[in-house]
Each structure stands twice: as C-alpha cells, then as structure tokens.
Design a protein around this ligand. Structure first.
Ligand code: GDG
Length: 486
C-alpha cells in the first residue's frame, strides 16, 4: 500500500525549552491535530512539520517525544525571523483573517510573502528528501499553499504520484479574496496540486468564483459536485470533504468511569442550573465577545434565566504573541468581569471562565455535563467542538446553538439551532428557546445530529479524500477497516 505522508505547519506536539538542556513536550491543541493524529496512528506513515520552537531542533528530546508515536516524524526547522514573518506574519496576519472575512484585521506587510515562499520551499525540500515515488502526499492547511509550486519548480515532482491539499479554514468569496496583493500568485500555486479539498460546498463555490475571476486561462468543468479545473495542460480535481471526528473514541471516552464521575461532580457544583458550554482556542474568529454580549442580553431581557443558567466558557491560549490576540483576551476578561459584576448573587455566578486548556478527560466531562453548547464563530472551516459535543451526549440529550457560518452548520442543520453570530439579540432569544426546549425535542434533534456525526466521522473523511486521490494515482487502495468504521 502506498505510504501516507502528512505535511502540516506544526507537528502534533510542541517542544519548549525549560532551562539548560531541559525540554517540555506539550500536545498541540487544535482541529487539524485532533483530526489527523488518529489517522496516522492507525495507518502509520510520516508526518513532516515544525515542532514549535525557533532555531535548532534538539534531536534527543525530539526522539524521546516521538518514540511511541506509531509513525515517523520529520522536523522542519524555522529561524526566529521565519517564525515571525511566515507563521505569525503571512499565515496569521494575512491569510487567517482574510479567509475568515476579517479583512480589516489583515496586515499586508510586503516582507511576509517572500518569507512565506521561502518556508514553503523548505517543506518542499523535506518532502523531496523523505518521499518515495508511490507515496501519497497530503499537504494541510493555509500555511503551506505554496508547497506544490515549490515542488514543481524543483522538477522532481514528476516522480511523485499525487500532490494533494486540504484547507481546514474557509475559502473566502471573490470580493474578499481580491483584497489579497498576491491573489494571482497564490491561486497559481494552489493549482499546482492535483487534488484540492475544501470543507464545504460554500468554500468550493467561492474557490471556483475566484478561479474564474482571477485566472481566466483556467477552464472549470463541473458535473454535479465533481469539479475539474484544466490549467497549464494539467487537470486539478476539486471537492468538498467535511472533516469529521473520531466519534467512537469521544463516545467511549465520555462513557468512561472517570469522565462520568467528573461530569457528575461538575453538575453537582451548580444545583438547579442548566449549564451552557463555550469552548474555543483564543481567536477573534470564534465570536467570543459577541457570545458574551448575547448572554448578557439574555440575562437582561429574560430575568427568569437569572440563577438558573451558567455559561462555562473555556478559552485555550493560542498565538498570544500576536498583539491582536492579546488585546482580544483583554476584551473577553472585561466582558466576563462586567457580567459577573452585574448579575452575581451570593449563590450564583453567571459565567465560569477558564483561560487554559483542559485535559481530555476534563474536556469530555464538560461536554457530558453541559445541557447546552453555545458555539458562535464569525466563520469557521468546520468547528470540531460542535461535533465533539454531540458525540459525548451519550444520553442523547442536550441542545446545540451553532453559528450559521461554521462549516458544521451545513451538516447539522436543521437540528442545531442556527444563529447569526453578529446578531446579539437573536442569539439571546435562541438561548431562551434552547433553555425552554422540551426534553423530547432536544432528544429528537440530538439523535439526528449524532447519527450524522457518527457516520461522517474522521475515517469517512479520510477515506473520501484518499478515494478522490486514488483516481489520480489509481494505486492508492481504500482500507476496508476504516471504511467499516463509518
Ligand atoms: C481548524 C479550523 C476546523 C478545545 N478546547 C480544548 C481542546 N480543544 C480541541 C477541541 C477540538 C480542537 O481543539 C478545536 O478544533 P476546532 O475545529 O473547533 O477549531 P480550530 O482549532 O480553529 O481548527 C476549524 C479544524 O481546523 C479541523 O479542520 O474544524 O474550522 O479553524 O478538537 O477538542 N483540547 C483540549 N483541551 C481543551 O481545553 N485537550
């Protein structure tokens, strides 16, 4: 069977210096790692990525961190300047905000693009050093959109069987994308892959619209949901592949003794209250301030909620070195302080706020304990938290309030209560609706959502992507075991 080579900016863990010759290894938090790690663990293969520290990579700690991974790990080194200009700069101050429709948050600093290209070339070199001709190369996410072009410029790419790419974040509409100074160069680079995967139908529509407007030489042939782009004498396949989760592992984890006990303890700490969960990486695209304003608005307009609902908001620190993220944390802190200051009583505090990541057991206990989930990103490629919440509702109850702009909404509507994350009053009304929803209705909706999340799980996702890729190589067989998991 062809080997799988995963290429992503970050490895699934971060090394950090804890003093002279002392290193800590922390698992990376985030959707890409949650989804891809179980696949490589199951199939084996190679993961190429950056271990999260600038400068020279300490070989001993790296070997220690990856000894039991079950797959090979190939580190890519970044200098401090490269980290600043490629990772914080082009990736996270240009592409991330732009692709989440937040063009005013972009810093189109010209020095970032050459750094982006240079680092992508380094990843291409790492692929060349490690790949064999039959390997299935799967590049992930917005940091590495230039890798296929770098490979083709090195001409060795002819020996590689399939160059494929999946974008975890949304693809913006033309009116937003056209603000990007490198719009043509970036689309040209993306069209050097053989297969391009996006999360949703909306992303595919946006991508095709951009190709038609920006690359008039490209010809788009669409039949139903199959799209092929002819460009520079090559054919590029395009499709939507909504990412899923390892449903069984969440469900089984949620049923475990330890999680059950922890979840009961949590519930017991808030007697007579419904618990509502928000859990996000610290990111301005996740809509946390509006969510808090909506909660405040609900407490103002529906006094019956006071003393009877608690919002547990988990914010996992992320990219805190970027000033905007730091400011954003201040905004959340102030809103939480305002709500708790205004509404708390001697026996009830409306917002329980954790600014830290929880360990997996504790996270699952929160999913199990909370009657409602309140997930309101301004825009999100998919949003795995929404799916994880459903998988952990082993009693088939609970209600999900979800942004209409999360990729997950395409699969979970109409059973999730969809909201416009910019409309504070509508979100407040929806909290009230969810709070009063009957157990029967919650259960009927949750059962249907769980069915979708169970079926369209991460193994289904990877199989659909590899099956599309096998059309290119004609050699990459689907694995029966993973197919049966669906
Ligand atoms: C990107 C796209 C797309 C959260 N809190 C804790 C914790 N988490 C884990 C969750 C989940 C992951 O982090 C977050 O995934 P999301 O999908 O919600 O969001 P992004 O990180 O922005 O992911 C997104 C995804 O890629 C996959 O394609 O869905 O749209 O933006 O898995 O469980 N994990 C732990 N403690 C926490 O407190 N351990």
């Amino acid at each position: 069977m062809n080997r799988l080579i995963i290429v992503s900016n970050r490895l699934p863990f971060a090394l950090d210096s804890a003093g002279e010759d002392l290193w800590t290894v922390t698992p990376a938090v985030g959707g890409l790692v949650s989804a891809v790690e179980p696949i490589l663990r199951e199939r084996g293969g190679t993961w190429i990525g950056w271990p999260g520290i600038p400068g020279k990579i300490p070989q001993g700690p790296l070997a220690e961190a990856t000894r039991d991974a079950g797959y090979n790990v190939v580190p890519v080194a970044l200098s401090e300047t490269e980290r600043n200009e490629f990772y914080y700069g082009y990736s996270n101050e240009v592409i991330w905000p732009l692709f989440h429709d937040l063009q005013n948050f972009c810093n189109f600093e010209p020095a970032y693009w050459p750094a982006y290209k240079q680092v992508n070339e380094r990843y291409a070199d790492a692929i060349i050093r490690n790949a064999r001709p039959d390997d299935f190369i799967w590049v992930h996410d917005y940091h590495l959109m230039y890798v296929a072009q770098a490979l083709r410029e090195r001409s060795t790419s002819q020996n590689l069987s399939a160059l494929t790419f999946f974008l975890h974040i949304p693809f913006p509409p033309y009116d937003i994308f056209s603000k990007l100074p490198q719009q043509r160069r970036l689309l040209h680079a993306l069209l050097q892959f053989d297969l391009l995967g996006l999360q949703t139908r909306r992303d595919v529509r946006n991508f095709l619209q951009c190709v038609r407007r920006v690359m008039p030489d490209a010809k788009v042939l669409s039949r139903g949901e199959t799209h092929v782009i002819r460009f520079e004498k090559r054919k590029i396949q395009l499709g939507h592949f909504p990412i899923g989760i390892d449903f069984d592992s969440f469900e089984n984890g949620a049923k475990s003794e330890a999680v059950t006990q922890r979840s009961q303890q949590l519930r017991a700490s808030f007697p007579d209250c419904q618990l509502m969960l928000g859990s996000d990486r610290l990111d301005y695209s996740k809509g946390i301030p509006e969510r808090l304003r909506a909660f405040r608005n609900a407490l103002e307009r529906y006094p019956e909620l006071r003393g009877r609902i608690v919002l547990i908001q988990i914010v996992v620190p992320s990219r805190v070195e970027i000033p905007r993220y730091h400011e954003f944390k201040g905004q959340i802190d102030r809103l939480v302080g305002d709500i708790n200051g205004r509404f708390s009583t001697s026996t009830w505090i409306p917002v329980q706020y954790h600014f830290r990541g929880l360990d997996r057991e504790n996270l699952l206990a929160h999913y199990r304990a909370c009657d409602l989930a309140f997930i309101t990103p301004h825009k999100d490629g998919m949003n795995l938290v929404a799916k994880e919440y459903c998988a952990c509702r082993t009693d088939e109850d609970g209600a999900l309030i979800l942004s209409q702009f999360a990729g997950a909404a395409e699969q979970l509507k109409p059973d999730a209560l969809l909201v416009n994350p910019y409309d504070v009053e509508q979100m407040a009304d929806t909290i009230w609706t969810a709070f009063r929803m009957s157990e029967e209705e919650r259960s009927a909706r949750m059962k249907r959502m769980r069915r979708v999340v169970r079926k369209e799980n991460v193994f289904w996702w990877v199989d659909s992507f590899l099956a599309a890729g096998s059309q290119l190589t004609k050699k990459f067989p689907r694995r029966r075991r993973t197919l049966l998991k669906g």
